[in-house]
Design a protein around this ligand. Sequence first.
Ligand code: DX5
Ligand code: ZN
Length: 226
Amino acid sequence: MKKILLAPSILSANFSILGKEIKNVLDAGADIIHFDVMDNHYVPNLTFGPMVLESIRKFNISCPIDVHIMAKPVDTLIPLFAKAGATFITIHPESTYHLNRTLDLIKDYGCKVGIALNPTSSIDVLDYIIEKLDLILVMSVDPGYPKQKFIFNVVKKISKIKKKIRLSKREIYVSVDGGVKMCHIYSLLKAGTDIFVMGSYIFRNSNYQFVIKKIREKINSFYIKK
Ligand code: DX5
Ligand code: ZN
């Protein structure tokens, strides 16, 4: 059984003790940290930048970090986040005029390449860029805020994306982001999800060990049932 990865979105963490929050979710069994960058332009909200990422790395956090950039223009931010310690850099195709160039920039700076697709965005773009990708982040809410309602038709979209990945014969993670709760896990696994981004569902709970254990049990029970 391949390992399904859990990626808490720190958008819902307590920012006044961010380093500690990250350590706590990692100790509780999280695999990747999801770092949501918002610019009040591409999305109507404002979060954190490369300096915050750098301070997280200096706090001895060495796990993979997926920097999900919801900002436009995006190219100038890529070197900054790469130098600050990003593992994956995931961008939206609408945030750049020249997508090949932007994806190449991420790779040239030594990061893994991610593309984020909004709920209503077509998956056709993948036909032109799939050979450059390490991760496809399927948005299950319109980007901009935590705690939104999961849009269920993305489950079908994930199945279609998975078919394209199989045809490409490449190793590409499919990650789902936005409004994910326990009740969505089986459908998302069935569709082929590899990484679950979960923000408010994890951080609203005061006991991260407990909530992450419950999520893992749910995932494992899907494979036992099969
Ligand atoms: C939305 C962000 C998500 C979000 C996830 O724009 O990209 O990562 O914060 O948080 P929840 O799980 O609360 O939807
Ligand atoms: Zn995100």
